[in-house]
Write a protein that binds this ligand. Structure first.
Ligand SMILES: [Fe+2]
Ligand SMILES: [Fe+2]
Length: 146
C-alpha cells in the first residue's frame, strides 16, 4: 500500500536508517584502527537521528496503536528499540560484535515497521494522531531516490 502522506516523514527517516544500518555493517568489518573513530561518528548520529525517530514512535504512534488493541505489535517495537539502545550504550560486548548486531537489528526493525506497523497505522489510526505525527516529522519535499 502507498504510504499515507502523514507518515512519509517517518518513512523517509526509515530510508536513512537503512543506510545507517548498512554503514554500521560496513564499519563492523573495518580494520582495527578505524573501528573506534568510525564508531564515535556513528554513535553521535544514533543519538542525533535515530533516537528522535524512536521518541516520535514511542510518544505518538505506539500509545495510539495500543489503544486500538495492538499490544503484541507495540511490544515488539518497544523490545526492538530497547535492544537497539542497549547495543549502543552497553559496552560489555566487543565493539565489532555490537556494530554487527546493531546494523542487522536496525535493518530488520525498519523493515518490520514498514511492512507491518506502518501499514496498520495508516489503516487504523485516527486522523488526529496521523496529523500530529506529520507535524512532528513533516514529510520531506519530493526527492529523487537514487
Ligand atoms: Fe522503531
Ligand atoms: Fe521507525
Amino acid at each position: 500500500m502507498m504510504r499515507d502522506t502523514r507518515l512519509r516523514g517517518l518513512s523517509a527517516e526509515h530510508q536513512d536508517a537503512l543506510l545507517f544500518g548498512r554503514r554500521l555493517l560496513e564499519v563492523s568489518t573495518a580494520p582495527e584502527q578505524e573501528l573506534n573513530p568510525a564508531w564515535e561518528v556513528l554513535r553521535r548520529r544514533f543519538f542525533a537521528e535515530v533516537q528522535p525517530h524512536f521518541l516520535t514512535e514511542e510518544q505518538e504512534l505506539l500509545p495510539a496503536l495500543e489503544s486500538l488493541g495492538e499490544e503484541a505489535l507495540v511490544a515488539r517495537v518497544w523490545e526492538d528499540h530497547e535492544a537497539l539502545r542497549a547495543l549502543v550504550t552497553d559496552e560489555a560486548e566487543p565493539l565489532r560484535i555490537r556494530l554487527e548486531k546493531l546494523g542487522l537489528r536496525l535493518i530488520a526493525h525498519v523493515r518490520f515497521e514498514e511492512a507491518q506497523v506502518f501499514e496498520l497505522a495508516q489503516r487504523r489510526l485516527p486522523p488526529e494522531v496521523l496529523e500530529r505525527i506529520a507535524r512532528r516529522t513533516p514529510p520531506p519535499p519530493t526527492r529523487t531516490v537514487g
